[in-house]
Write a protein that binds this ligand. Structure first.
Ligand SMILES: *[C@@H]1O[C@H](CO)[C@@H](O)[C@H](O)[C@H]1NC(C)=O
Length: 360
């Protein structure tokens, strides 16, 4: 592992001035699709090329003889919705690094990063085609891409954001497989687990580039489809997703994590949300819930509540030491205090979320 350190050291923080006048033009008007290869509707020759770039093809196994269930179809829709966002993101990231737009000039390490990102975007295109292909076989409308906007303007923040949304995917695919299992969609479980592993490999790369250990924790943080659905919508232009209304998942109200640069220690964290969405002013009737690893969700009270205009500020005890909460933590504000046996039980009662906390 130490031999790669000079490389990662070179990747971190080396940003030279880009030529004046260079500007963003990958996605005029936030429109990312179709890509130059025709994706999301590539022709067979283009699919062949994507498979070469991805270092592997789509499965050629015959589709499962039954299903998918209605809930299984919802999962395929969510996966397609998420992957379309990811492909847009990684294509723009490749563009930014290739064109060395300000903030994206890596100097040494450039070729390795571009090469890794090209494989990742091709692999994500195949994940999207796989999910939308499953919908097509089920004679359900395929999910269409939205317009997107990404809150990053430099390489390190872009990789850090990629690591966070990939962590959400790593949790969400657990939920997808669980829901497949529950509904007898066993024919879809193996392929999904296989893509989950691929996402984990990508995560190792994003972590390495951030000078973190490649593997975050022994059992990755559980996700819930509704949390992922809400999180991805944060990168879409409202009203621009042609058939998002065909995805029957919940969208929560935003929970802001106000604390920055959160250290690996037990502490009080600061959050806020919009008062109008709470549906109550009895703050003791709400709880903050933390989901980390495979630990039973941790329930805390809202402390030091302060209402300032339309915003409710509060703190909550974050018991890092007790539960060794490295990696991703998903925070939510729920009605009541549970107990919540698992992450889906939290989503069922959640009003605000997901608040995303990443700790090394
Ligand atoms: C690419 O760079 C532009 C210009 O700084 C920025 O607005 C956009 O968010 C960047 N995209 C990614 C994925 O890094």
């Amino acid at each position: 592992m130490y031999t790669v350190l000079p490389l990662t050291a070179a990747l971190v923080g080396i940003v030279s001035a880009a030529p004046a006048g260079s500007k963003r033009d990958f996605s005029p008007d936030n429109v990312y699709y179709p890509l130059s290869n025709g994706f999301p509707n590539p022709n067979p020759a283009a699919v062949q090329k994507i498979q070469m770039d991805a270092d592997g093809p789509l499965s050629n196994a015959p589709p499962p003889d039954k299903g998918p269930s209605a809930d299984g179809i919802t999962s395929l829709k969510l996966v397609a919705f998420n992957e379309l966002f990811e492909v847009a993101y990684f294509n723009e990231l490749i563009y930014n690094v290739t064109e060395k737009v300000p903030g994206y000039d890596l100097g040494y390490g450039h070729e390795y990063v571009i090469d890794a990102l090209r494989a990742i975007t091709a692999q994500e295109q195949l994940h999207a085609l796989n999910a939308n292909g499953g919908l097509k076989r089920a004679k359900v409308d395929q999910i269409e891409p939205c317009k997107y906007s990404f809150p990053v303007t430099d390489f390190q923040s872009a990789i850090s954001l990629a690591a966070t949304f990939t962590d959400i995917v790593l949790g969400t695919l657990q939920d997808v497989i669980q829901v497949f299992a529950k509904n007898g969609d066993d024919g879809l479980a193996r392929g999904t687990a296989s893509s989950l592993g691929n996402e984990g490999e990508q995560e190792g790369f994003f972590r390495l580039v951030q000078k973190k250990r490649p593997s975050a924790k022994p059992f990755l943080t559980a996700g819930v489809r509704d949390f992922a659905f809400t999180a991805v919508q944060g990168f879409t232009i409202p009203g621009s997703c042609p058939n998002i209304d065909t995805i029957p998942l919940k969208t929560f109200k935003p929970l802001t994590v106000e604390s920055k640069d959160i250290k690996a220690e037990t502490q009080a964290l600061h959050f806020s949300f919009a008062k109008e969405h709470a549906g109550t002013e009895d703050w003791a009737s709400l709880s903050v819930v933390f989901i980390n690893g495979q630990t039973v969700p941790i329930v805390k009270s809202l402390d030091k509540v302060k209402v300032e205009g339309d915003t409710v500020h509060f703190e909550a005890g974050f018991p890092f030491d007790e539960f060794v909460m490295n990696g991703l933590t998903i925070a939510a504000v729920t009605k009541g205090s549970g107990p919540f046996p698992n992450a889906p039980a939290v989503a069922k009662e959640a009003i605000f979320g997901p608040g995303l906390i990443e700790i090394e």
